[in-house]
Design a protein around this ligand. Structure first.
Ligand code: PDD
Length: 294
């Protein structure tokens, strides 16, 4: 990953070294902030409209005004990748409740947001997509409004640390006996009958943009989709497991708690979904991801 040296902060593009915010910022003090991570491939954003629509929902849910129209947000995104020469990678966006020079839980009636974006150049389709990742199960200790994309990421940061300590890459988080989602991705399994299963939308999980994109592509694919919660035992007995996010796109999950999922290799349904997703992105699959061709 290469962080672009020009960032956007509060209305202007600046060198990253000159981009500073107040220690009284509500994002810092209270994690009072929304964020989005949008993928860029071949200089084009993937599903930016959907990310901006989710941003609007999150901001509305946490009482922060949205300073820009979708068109203005899109222009900022485009200018940011142009200024940093990013053709492939991610754009991170964060909008906080701003700073008032004091620590006040409720804050003013109307917030004056802090707006920050940076670009990160990195290959989106690499070893993770080809070989898969390892996960552990972990109790989901997050707050109850996971449908809003806020920066309260301490549970997830600790989940990644626990995964690393266990020799894994991520965690499938579990609540009341059911998997909610992965630490920073939506979770899916393929059962032994070939059905693709992912948890239905609710306050318990983030409505992933990659999840929605995959679902669009499944129409007419012949792959049967079931939206319901599944248990850790179902993951252990599954033929395949997958996680989806803007960062890793469609990632095979090949081990869980040290045991192989299925035969421990990315399975045929995963490969099919990867191929559909990459083709929709405009990827030359034969060149970039020949392993997805099956
Ligand atoms: N995370 N669930 C959680 C908890 C997430 O944090 C994410 C994304 C997703 C997938 O959403 P999407 O398909 O819209 O990226 C699901 C981002 C990439 C992150 O925190 O870096």
């Amino acid at each position: 990953m290469t962080i672009g040296q020009t960032v956007f902060l509060n209305g202007a593009f600046r060198p990253v070294g000159e981009a500073t915010i107040s220690p009284f910022d509500r994002g810092f003090l209270f994690a009072h902030a929304a964020y989005e991570v949008t993928a860029v491939y071949d200089g084009k954003f993937i599903d930016l409209e959907r990310h901006l629509s989710r941003l609007r929902r999150t901001l509305d849910g946490i009482a922060i005004p949205n300073l820009y129209s979708d068109e203005a947000w899109a222009e900022i995104h485009t200018d940011l990748i142009d200024k940093n020469g990013v053709e492939e990678g991610l754009v991170y966006l964060e909008v906080t409740g701003g700073a008032y020079g004091l620590r006040d839980f409720a804050g003013p009636e109307i917030f004056e947001p802090t707006v920050f974006l940076y670009a990160d150049a990195r290959p989106l389709i690499g070893d993770v997509a080809r070989d898969g990742i390892k996960a552990i199960f972990l109790e989901d200790s997050r707050w109850k409004r996971r449908d809003m994309k806020t920066v309260q990421l301490l549970s997830q940061a600790l989940a990644y640390r626990a995964a690393r300590e266990a020799g894994a890459d991520t965690a499938f988080m579990v609540e009341d006996g059911y998997v909610t989602e992965a630490a920073s991705a939506n979770a899916w399994i393929v059962d032994t009958a070939g059905r693709l299963i992912t948890r239905e939308l609710s306050h318990s999980i983030l409505p992933g943009i990659t999840r929605a994109g995959v679902m669009d592509l499944l129409k007419g694919s012949g792959i049967e989709l079931v939206e319901r919660a599944f248990t850790p035992d179902e993951v252990r007995g599954a033929a395949e497991a997958i996680s989806t996010s803007a960062g890793a796109m469609v990632a095979p999950v090949v081990m869980i708690d040290g045991q192989p999922v299925g035969d421990g290799k990315p399975g045929p349904v995963t490969r099919r979904i990867q191929r559909l997703y990459y083709e929709a992105m405009g990827v030359d699959v034969a060149v970039v991801a020949p392993w997805a061709l099956g």
